[in-house]
Write a protein that binds this ligand. Structure first.
Ligand code: NAP
Length: 430
């Protein structure tokens, strides 16, 4: 039997969904007893050239051709952004259509509302592709690992920033040079702010943390620092210290108190996350029974993302066949508290620009001592034009204490600038 699909969007992901659905339709029919057929494809411009061969009469620029078609049982949303995607998805759900989406922005901001409406209407909503592209991570967290208390999430979940930081490490390029190259190669958008300012990673962490910690995490709960402030100097100093700089997304649950952060971080070269380069993603998950798990793979791209989308479609088909659609199961959540002040002690890297005068170092050391933050490594870098650069790596210290050190250093007349502050991953820690 054929099951009709309405596809919203035919860009990078939508094209991949068309190609993979066609390639696998016979196999999917064998597996599920139902054959997926893409009946209509919504786009903005029906005359635009497409990356995939798509019959012209499949294309439409009228959403109602899909949302009001009673033959269509599954709507796949690959438009992106909040509106009109949200309105389309809610209308599809209210029309008793199952929904598969790759839209991390929408799920991060409105996921709970969408899932509640889905539960009321007894339909499936799946969004495996919203985090990690091809990497199966949502379903393992939601289903395979539910016997655990998940305590830690830590990963590289934005390919654009990972590409830029990898380029800076490999070639010594500045942030601006590496960004320009990423834009030329299509790895970064013309307006790259959502990626480079860490918002995309924060949205994905919101989704992952909500599922892993079984609570409602909001985007505002995540402390976010992007990579615009990472300089070629910091990348070079990190290498001298045996590390690379990565944008890490980190979520922790300590007995119901959560800390959530996206931040450039020094990662030791032999740490598994250090070798995740280019547009790849990786996520460590720690469960109290399972121990450490590592998910790794392509975080974006047409077919890699379609792999997750079409996998979700197959699950919808299986549920339709078995008559068990609508097992949303994410609406009831535990109450937990987000408290950034409870962030655990970690080592920190600080780069200071100071007056090149006697006695300066003693004053700086006193500030660290007063805040009980001990220094593990101190390196005085070049002195030029009356100013010197000092790099400090601390022993593990509570981020709130390091914040106090930074505030006091900034008030010291002989400190021209606290040019960089980044956490440092422990050796081999996950
Ligand atoms: N790209 C990836 O590797 C990747 C990976 C994981 C998740 N995602 C997510 O997947 C979604 C799609 O990303 P993408 O890269 O495929 O985007 P894209 O290449 O920009 O494609 C968007 C598609 O949506 C259509 N569209 C946009 N606004 C519309 C409107 N108002 N009405 C009707 N159609 C509209 C566009 O039509 P026209 O073609 O006519 O302009 C286009 O076909 C996003 O949520 C993204 O975050 C993407």
């Amino acid at each position: 039997m054929d099951v009709y699909i309405g596809l919203l969007g035919c860009g990078t992901v939508g094209s991949g969904v068309i190609e993979l659905t066609r390639r696998r339709s016979a196999k999917i029919a064998d597996l599920t007893g139902l054959r997926p057929v893409i009946k209509r494809v919504l786009v903005r411009d029906v005359h635009k050239a497409r990356d995939v061969a798509v019959e012209h009469d499949l294309l439409t620029d009228r959403a109602e051709d899909i949302l009001h078609d009673d033959e269509i049982s599954i709507v796949v949303e690959t438009i992106g952004g909040i509106e009109p995607a949200k309105t389309f998805i809610l209308e599809a759900i209210r029309g008793r259509k199952h929904v598969v989406t790759a839209n991390k922005d929408l799920i991060a901001l409105c996921g709970q509302e969408i899932l509640e409406v889905a539960e009321q209407n007894g339909v499936d909503v799946y969004y495996e592709a919203a985090v990690g592209g091809a990497i199966p991570v949502i379903r393992p967290l939601k289903e395979c690992l539910t016997a655990n208390n998940i305590t830690d999430l830590k990963g590289i979940i934005n390919g654009t920033t990972n590409y830029i930081l990898s380029k800076m490490t490999e070639t010594g390029a500045s942030f601006e040079e590496a960004l320009r190259e990423a834009q030329e190669l299509g790895y970064a958008e013309a307006d790259p702010s959502s990626d480079v300012d860490g918002l995309d990673a924060a949205r994905k962490l919101t989704i992952l943390a909500s599922i892993a910690f079984q609570t409602r995490v909001r985007l505002e709960d995540v402390r976010v620092t992007g990579i615009r402030g990472v300089t070629a100097t910091d990348v070079a100093y990190a290498q001298e210290l045996g590390a690379v700089i990565k944008l890490l997304a980190v979520g922790k649950d300590r007995d119901g108190i959560l800390t959530l952060e996206v931040r450039p971080t020094l990662v030791p070269k032999h740490h598994p996350l250090a070798s995740v380069s280019g547009s790849f993603n990786a996520l460590f998950v720690t469960g109290d029974a399972a121990g450490d798990l590592l998910f790794f793979g392509r975080g974006a791209g047409s077919l890699p993302t379609a792999s997750s989308v079409v996998g979700d479609v197959i699950d919808c088909l299986r549920n339709i066949k078995l008559g068990v659609s609508g097992r949303v199961g994410e609406v009831l959540m535990f109450r937990k508290r987000v408290d950034p002040a409870k962030a655990e002690p970690v080592s920190h890297y600080l780069r200071l620009q100071v007056e090149d005068q006697p006695g300066v170092f003693a004053r700086i050391a006193a500030i660290f001592g007063d805040a009980a933050v001990s220094m593990e490594t101190v390196v005085q870098k070049r002195a030029r034009g009356g100013h010197a650069e000092i790099v400090v790596v601390t022993h593990k210290a509570a981020p709130v204490d390091v914040d106090r050190v930074v505030e006091a250093l900034r008030a010291l007349p002989s400190v021209r600038a606290v040019a960089a502050v980044m956490p440092v991953e422990s050796n081999g820690d996950t």
